[in-house]
Design a protein around this ligand. Structure first.
Ligand code: CA
Length: 416
């Protein structure tokens, strides 16, 4: 796969995140009503307007007359493919429709970005082997690091769709109940161990009712976003047994503003690693189901310089999103358009490739150096930025940043 050249010059830059090969789906405004847009070079193409004018005329539409992508997502893979084909013809170098399309380009620099889809439900998995091993080692020792089910089931928990926010939204340090070495009796206080988790989010397009295969699950996925599963480790440590995380994960989950469609990632497919124990047949993959997506995490103190504190790759996952989605349906659980599945924290095998501060600083025991200081956990007014890209021959598929600043806890919410 090579760069598909566009008459939008900035879309042809080899390192630019938004070439014609990408066409990620977002919702934007210039201060007026939000509408659907696709990033191309330094611009957002107003596809709501293109549909209104008839330049984008998809069977069964309109799909983009609402400020979210769910209607198009629900229409299924044939419509997604027709949508991409049409946009690529309209924007290709030498396209005859250029004069009609060009007025609908809006500079990305001045655009306000919103959640790109209505999040119907949110499930978070725990499918990175290095992350599960690291966290398990800290709490149970390396011999018992992986729970006994881990190599057989992509384990997860049901999160809160209501907590999902778009990149750029500030995240308030939460209060919660903690108990630990410093607190022999339970105490209610602001989290002192607030953390990020570097994840990829899979966005379900078509709905299901009943069990689906891994191949069917893959076909249901509309695209992917970067996802930061903010985590209060001190609250989590006290509350999580036996039912898993609850308030520790409910403050916020930040996603990047552009859904990179599965079709844009096809050239970067790669396989899950060799199975350490055979999986049950319903989890067998018919082909490569991961993607080679380079990922990094930046930490920027208030008024300071960003330090890249981790670099890793989505190909480090043990289970793919398609396996997770297939497993999610085994009970008959219906999946909806707009379901968001967090991959689980993506950590590589080396110390500098760990996808959370919990792991990078080994439970707070080994602070890491950043420009102008050190960190064990996130401090007030730190900004965490996740980035991701795939590198093709002369082009890049970018995700757009997934960023959030942690603001100080409010006064005791119950002191009235
Ligand atoms: Ca997580």
């Amino acid at each position: 796969m090579r760069l598909i050249r566009s008459w939008v010059d900035s879309a042809n830059a080899p390192d630019g995140p938004f070439p014609l090969n990408n066409l990620p789906c977002g919702v934007f405004s210039r201060g007026d009503d939000p509408r659907c847009g696709v990033a191309i070079g330094d611009f957002v193409l107003d596809v709501t307007a293109l549909e209104e004018t008839g330049l984008l005329d998809l069977d069964g539409g309109p799909y983009l007359d609402v400020p979210f992508w769910n209607d198009l997502m629900a229409a299924g893979p044939a419509t997604w493919s027709a949508f991409r084909d049409r946009l690529q013809r309209l924007l290709a170098e030498g396209a005859p429709d250029r004069a009609a399309v060009e007025p609908h380009l809006v500079p990305l620099a001045g655009a306000i970005l919103y959640l790109p889809f209505l999040v119907s439900e949110y499930t978070d998995f725990y499918a990175g082997r290095n992350h599960a091993f690291n966290v398990g080692s800290m709490f149970r020792g390396p011999e018992n690091a992986l729970p006994p089910n881990w190599l057989h089931i992509p384990i997860g928990y049901n999160g809160r769709a209501s907590s999902v926010v778009v990149s750029g939204t500030e995240v308030r340090r939460p209060w919660g109940q903690v108990k630990g070495a410093d607190h022999p009796a339970p105490a209610f206080q602001p989290s002192r161990r607030f953390d990020f988790e570097l994840e990829l989010g899979a966005v379900v397009g078509t709905a299901s009712d009943g069990p689906v295969t891994v191949a069917e699950a893959d076909a249901m996925i509309f695209g992917y976003v970067l996802l930061n599963d903010w985590s209060a480790r001190d609250i989590q440590a006290w509350e999580y047994q036996p039912l898993g995380p609850f308030q520790a994960k409910a403050t916020a989950t930040t996603i990047s503003p552009w859904i990179v469609m599965r079709a844009a990632l096809e050239p970067f497919r790669t396989s899950t690693p060799a199975r350490e124990v055979p999986l049950l047949p319903y989890l067998h993959e018919p082909g490569p189901m991961l993607y080679d997506i380079a990922l990094e995490v930046g930490l920027t103190p208030e008024g300071g310089t960003e330090t890249i504190i981790a670099r890793t790759n989505y190909a480090e996952m043990y289970y793919s999103a398609a396996q997770q989605l297939a497993h999610h349906t085994t009970s008959g659980c219906p999946m909806n358009t707009g379901d968001l599945l967090g991959s689980g924290t993506i950590s590589g095998p080396t110390k500098d490739s760990r996808g959370s501060l919990l792991e990078l600083c080994w439970g707070g025991r080994e602070p890491i150096a950043i420009a102008g200081g050190t960190r064990r956990f996130i401090e007030d007014n730190d900004t965490i930025t996740l980035r991701g890209h795939c590198k093709g021959a002369g082009f890049t598929i970018g995700f757009g940043a997934c960023t959030g600043k942690v603001t100080p806890a409010l006064a005791d919410p119950y002191a009235r």
